[in-house]
Design a protein around this ligand. Structure first.
Ligand SMILES: [Zn+2]
Length: 381
């Protein structure tokens, strides 16, 4: 049994309708370190829902054996709004149909909101500053007044995670190898987690832009460190990561069991759960910069035919896909090659095979920043 399970009601979107977040907490409430997991804020990304189930089973066992030394919070369904959005028989859980945009963007920037509350209050003691900042961030999010259901959802999730030492936001891509996103300021943690999960790519960002959940949790620490420079030491007290659990159709117990076990071993290495995790596996990749990811874009509408598969290494200038114009003349002749702009690993592809002009369809992780990639605009819509 969890230490507590609560339900957080969201504002009713219509008379006779209501939705809620279910939140499980394991270990001693308030104990450190604190880890936070949420699944499927992009509601059509199902692998995380299954991984969360396997993780909960492992936590149940650890709790029964008295092995949870810190606190672990799990929100197994992070976006009940998105999960209810269907059109023509398809689940469309990435964007809010009520118009607040991508569910994993536009989280409140708590560093800006809490700054004045903290100015002049830091001391020379880093641990005391961490406690002070956590308290200020919690108060700030609680006082953040919102009306729209999706905005209330964002604030509720952030409120659960903002004082955590470790935040895991479970996502997936269209078709993909397991990869993760984190701040380049926390490279060592990202490399350790990537090794544990067997990640094929670890993408480190300076400023992704759009304030997704991981940045909303971890970002206040380096933003406040910059804004309050000279007032006192501020450690980076939260490691937050977006874990991309392969592709949308990669939902099976073999993957989910292994992924949950890897996450649990990470918790063991960080002293949150007791037990021997064994030796850390060798990493499968070196981290690469997020602005080194070549995002291939369709120049026109057409049928997309890949020439490269997931896991292939491509060289700069190599053809990754061809675009076929089904109305081209003569038939079969109208093919446009689309080439990689970097050498690297093809780690993610779009699921659909018909593209529109300007559509991003494929990602190659290269080792060097690309000139066309811009800080602050590094994530897809
Ligand atoms: Zn996602």
């Amino acid at each position: 049994m969890p230490t507590t399970t609560i339900q957080i009601e969201l504002p009713s979107p219509a008379p006779g309708t209501k939705r809620m977040l279910q939140v499980h907490r394991y270990g001693v409430l308030g104990a450190r370190p604190k880890a936070y997991f949420q699944a499927a804020i992009h509601a059509d990304e199902i692998p995380g829902l299954l991984v969360a189930q396997h993780l909960l089973c492992a936590l149940e066992q650890a709790q029964a054996e008295g092995r949870i030394a810190g606190e672990v919070v799990v929100v197994p369904v992070a976006n009940p709004i998105g999960l209810s959005q269907h059109l023509n028989g398809r689940l469309l859980g990435r964007f809010d149909h009520e118009g607040t945009g991508n569910f994993n963007r536009s989280f409140p920037d708590l560093a800006a909101l809490a700054l004045e509350r903290l100015r002049g209050r830091l001391t020379a003691d880093p641990a005391a500053n961490v406690a002070l900042i956590r308290e200020a961030l919690c108060v700030t999010i609680l006082n953040h007044s919102l009306n729209k259901e999706a905005d209330v959802l964002r604030a509720a999730l952030l409120n659960l995670a903002i004082d955590a030492d470790y935040v895991f936001d479970l996502h997936c891509d269209g078709e993909a190898l397991l990869h993760l996103y984190a701040s380049k300021r926390q490279r060592d943690e990202a490399v350790a987690l990537g090794a544990e999960l067997g990640a094929a790519a670890i993408l480190l960002e300076e400023e992704p832009g759009g304030n997704p959940f991981d940045e909303a949790c971890a970002g206040p620490w380096w933003k406040l460190r910059e804004s309050l420079a000279g007032e006192g030491p501020i450690p980076l007290a939260c490691f937050a990561t977006t874990v991309e659990l392969r592709g949308q159709a990669d939902v099976n117990d073999d993957y989910a069991t292994a992924d949950a076990a890897a996450l649990l071993r990470f918790l063991q290495r960080r002293g949150i759960v007791a037990g021997d995790p064994g030796p850390l596996p060798e990493p499968r990749c070196e981290p690469t910069p997020l602005d080194g990811v070549d995002v291939l874009t369709a120049p026109a509408a057409g049928v997309l035919v890949y020439r490269k598969r997931l896991g292939d290494w491509v060289t700069s200038g190599e053809v990754v896909a061809e675009l076929v114009d089904p109305l081209g003349e003569p038939p079969g002749a109208a093919r446009t090659p689309i080439c990689a702009a970097t050498a690297g690993l093809l780690f993610a592809r779009m699921t659909e095979r018909l593209v529109r002009p300007g559509q991003k369809f494929c990602k190659v992780a290269g080792p060097e920043p690309l000139s066309y990639r811009q800080a602050g605009k590094l994530l897809e819509d």
